[in-house]
Design a protein around this ligand. Structure first.
Ligand code: 5AD
Ligand code: FES
Length: 349
């Protein structure tokens, strides 16, 4: 296998591979590529879930605006700065501020928070706030934000439209926003969910090919986890495929995608995600780190908000404190004979 030239057919064949001995080759190739290109450091990105308000109606996501049973919160500047203080204390190189698509997060207000983090600390600042307007993205970039994460979720336009109802007054195109982010000088991250109803093996192979073509700096992939308070979770599967075409939302499929992603994007920063840890609390994070990943995202969100950031149910670490996650991940990384990366841990070129 020549990783740089993996074709769609070859990727699809790997995604369908079930022989453990063959898969061992894939895990080894991904681990070797990871070591050669980004080394043994594991970078820690402190995640701050700053608001769970959302104006969108994504078919799979627990934060969708008509999930009325969910109590909503938006953190204050002081609450965010307290989490930032913990990130510094724990030696993290980056904070990631994430939220639903919340226009109650006013762009100039957030620019002030970003400016404060950049003047008071040496942290890299990553934003993950959904589809915002070009001038807002520009304002935040000028305030010092370094990176932006926006998953395109699926490269298949038809499936995308089925599970992402558009807002009445606007049309957004996530790929276009990713190009805008690049033009503004952000490091750009994206990704997909694995096993969304309607996702075929071919579509998933094309997703991985899209990572390669976009030359992404960061790529996050995780299993789709059904949420009972969403249309997809209620079995309103907008699109149903024959069983041999539908990608399963399993742990093993997630590793296959992470490994192939590492092979085609050898220098990207790839996290071992919380969704993966949710499927396998004992070993998910570790196996992710051994099959392509080089990043983990310990949660810094205060406990009273953590439980409300319910994108999917039973999320790993929801009942842990920031200290517990910090200690837990440090120990897991050391047990793999890897080490915690220092500094911002940006994309190597
Ligand atoms: N299962 C797994 N991942 C989900 N996300 C949203 N809802 C779910 C779910 N039910 C992911 C999306 C989004 C990221 C922040 O969380 O990919 O981009
Ligand atoms: Fe949160 Fe292990 S990472 S407890």
């Amino acid at each position: 296998m020549n990783p740089a030239e993996l074709t769609l057919d070859e990727m699809e064949r790997w995604l369908r591979e079930e022989d453990d001995r063959k898969l061992e080759e894939l895990w080894e190739a991904a681990d070797r590529t990871r070591r050669e290109h980004v080394g043994d450091a594991v970078h820690l990105r402190g995640l701050i879930e700053i608001s769970n308000y959302c104006v969108r109606q994504c078919g799979y996501c627990g934060l969708r605006s008509d999930h009325h049973g969910l109590q909503r919160y938006r953190m204050t500047e002081e609450e965010i700065m307290a989490c930032v203080g913990r990130a510094v204390e724990f030696g993290y190189g980056t904070v990631v501020m994430q939220s639903g698509e919340d226009y109650g997060i006013l762009a100039p207000w957030l620019a002030g928070v970003i400016r404060r983090i950049k003047t008071e600390t040496s942290l890299a600042v990553t934003l993950s706030l959904g589809e915002r307007l070009d001038h807002e993205l520009e304002l935040w970039r000028n305030a010092g934000a370094d990176r932006y994460l926006l998953r395109f979720e699926t490269s298949d336009a038809e499936l995308y439209n089925l599970i992402h109802p558009a807002l009445a007054d606007r049309r957004f195109d996530r790929l276009e926003i990713l190009h805008t982010l690049r033009r503004l000088g952000y490091e750009v991250g994206s990704g997909v969910m694995i096993g969304i109803p309607g996702q075929s093996y071919r579509i998933l192979a094309k997703d991985i090919d899209m990572f390669r073509r976009l030359d992404l700096d960061m790529i996050g992939v995780g299993p789709y986890i059904s949420h009972p308070c969403t249309p997809l979770g209620q079995g309103d599967s907008t699109s149903s495929l024959p069983p041999d075409e539908q990608v399963p939302n399993t742990e093993r499929m997630t590793y296959k995608v992470m490994a192939l992603t590492r092979l085609v994007c050898p220098q990207a920063n790839i996290p071992s995600t919380t969704a993966l840890a949710t499927l396998d609390r004992d070993n998910g994070r570790e196996l992710g780190l051994q099959r392509g990943a080089n990043v983990v995202m310990p949660n810094l969100t205060p406990p009273q908000y953590r439980v409300l950031y319910e994108i999917y149910p039973d999320k790993a670490c929801v009942h842990e404190t920031a200290e517990a996650c910090c200690g837990c991940l440090g120990a897991r990384i050391a047990a793999l004979d890897r080490f915690v990366g220092t500094g911002p841990g940006g994309r190597l070129r």
